[in-house]
Structures are given as C-alpha cells and as structure tokens.
Design a protein around this ligand. Sequence first.
Ligand SMILES: [Fe+2]
Length: 188
Amino acid sequence: MDRIDCAKRKIRTVIAGSRVAEDPRHADNTLEWLLRLEPAAGAGLQLAALAHDIDRAIEEVKVKRADFDDYDAFKAAHARHGAELLRPMLSACGVARDMVDEACRLVEVHEVGGDPDADLLKDADSISYFDVNLPLYYEREGWAETKRRSLWGYQRLSSRARKIVAKISHEEETLTRLLREVIREGVR
Ligand SMILES: [Fe+2]
C-alpha cells in the first residue's frame, strides 16, 4: 500500500472511534472542502485536513474543554496535542520526514492559520463545521452554545469562505435561522 494511503487509513480508523458523533464525517468533509478550495493541495496538507481533530478521537487522552478557562487556549492545546498524536502514526506508515513535519505543523496551527496552507486548512475546517457539524452540535449543545461556537467559527473565515458559508442551508429551519443570525452579527 502507498504510504499516504496507509496514513489516511490509520487516521480514519482512529477518528472512527471518536465519541463525538460528527468527527468521522467532519474529517473527510474537511478534506473535501480543502480540495474544492485548492485542487492542487499537497499530500502533507491533505493529511493535516483529515487528521486535524484527531486529539478529539481518543477519549482517554483528549484535551478537555473543562480544564481551560479560555476557549482559544483550549483550542491551541487541542491542536498541539493532535500534532503529537499524528507524528508516530505517519512515521509508522513510512511517510517522509519532511511531510510528517509539515502535516504536524499544519495540525498545530489549524485553528489560527498564518500562511497560505494553514489558512486553507483553517477555511476548510471552518466551512465544514457549518456544512456537517452544525446539526449534531446543535442537537447536543442547544441554541446558545451553538450560536457562540458558530460566531467564533464565522469570524475566523476568510472573505472567500464567508461567501461559501452564506450559500449553505440546512433542512431544519432552526439551523438556517441560526446561521442567518450568525452571518448578520458576524460581519462586524
Ligand atoms: Fe475541525
């Protein structure tokens, strides 16, 4: 098997075990959005897209929201831990050292971006939240928390990604209403 395929398979297997219902779909959907935004995305970036939330998949070791006062500090710890988990998985598949370094670096900065590839990953992740995570997040967390999370996510979108999110609609009317509110309030 190809080294990259081996790595993708390993990542998908781990994420399939996540207790967060939206995680498996979100991982593949983030990769799909990445390839829509940038069809020529390199393999390291693709691996990072698939694995960016891998920290959340392993219940015993995952970074817990309750341990942090600050949401951004929690997200930074989540990203750093994801990169730590990913490294040995990629190495075990024989992925070249440079590509391992690049994929792990991107996972570590996926919440904040900062260079063209990291910004693409951040956009793909954020669009995917609105595309596939929103219904399950809402079901679990309710209106107020989902709106807070959505505003946070909307504010980190590039203007290009905001145009894409504006076209997303959900079957459930409540979700479409929430999304409209977020878009209206998030433009500031
Ligand atoms: Fe994500």
